[in-house]
Design a protein around this ligand. Structure first.
Ligand SMILES: Cc1cc2nc3c(=O)[nH]c(=O)nc-3n(C[C@H](O)[C@H](O)[C@H](O)COP(=O)(O)O)c2cc1C
Length: 205
């Protein structure tokens, strides 16, 4: 499985992608290994919950060009009955950072089953404190995600130093021109507009 991750990353690099993000959140395989509530193995991959993820990171890093950053999405906390808390994730993420992760994309939950523990309300920026916590504890760049739809909120997340990037999901499903609209609102510019669309913004009379 470790080799398959590396092969997939090598294919993505060959296909021209600018970066690779490993999915270590939301119940995907790497998350399953580092979750004490899910990983009940009694071998070395069970005794060291970060071992599988560390091996994947090292194998993937080895096939990336030296200047290509490796990103990783993690769930800072789980919500299930067996949930791990932030301290566990910080320990795991420290091992992932040391193995080669350059930036963490900080989400939460997704391990499956009913959410019964510690789920923050669904309000704008609800996961930002977790991004800040990883950044402060590990001294590593982070991206924040979760209802950052308002460009001014997204700007605050980055400008305040809570995170280094704001990630936009559902707002871009609703409006694929979210980035252009945000730039217009914050800077008054339309720098991202494709040439063919410029008349939609300037001189259209
Ligand atoms: C239709 C849909 C599919 C998603 N699929 C994934 C996924 O495959 N992997 C993942 O990490 N997150 C997935 N997400 C979660 C988003 O990446 C993001 O973390 C979440 O929507 C919160 O950000 P937002 O409030 O900006 O949408 C999905 C979200 C939506 C709405």
């Amino acid at each position: 499985m470790v080799g398959k991750f590396a092969d997939a990353a090598a294919r993505a690099v060959k296909a021209g992608f600018d970066t690779i993000q490993l999915h270590g959140a939301h119940g995907y395989l790497i998350h399953q290994f580092h979750s004490p509530g899910i990983n009940k193995r009694d071998d070395e991959f069970g005794r060291d919950k970060a071992k599988f993820g560390v091996e994947v990171i090292k194998a993937v890093k080895a096939v990336l060009p030296p200047d290509m950053p490796l990103l990783m999405r993690v769930s800072a906390i789980e919500y299930a009955e067996y949930a791990y808390g932030l301290d566990h994730m910080l320990e795991v993420a420290r091992a992932y950072r040391d193995a080669g992760v350059d930036m963490f994309d900080v989400s939460t939950g997704g391990e499956g089953g009913p959410a019964v523990k510690g789920k923050p309300g669904n309000y704008p920026g609800y996961q930002v404190p977790f991004a800040r916590a990883l950044k402060d504890a590990l001294g590593v760049p982070v991206s924040a995600v979760g209802m950052l739809d308002d460009p001014e909120l997204a700007e605050h997340v980055v400008a305040s130093g809570d995170a280094d990037l704001a990630v936009i999901g559902r707002a871009m499903l609703r409006n694929p021109y979210w980035a252009i609209d945000a730039l217009r609102r914050l800077d008054g510019t339309t720098d991202l507009v494709a040439t063919a669309y410029e008349r939609g913004y300037h001189g259209h009379r």
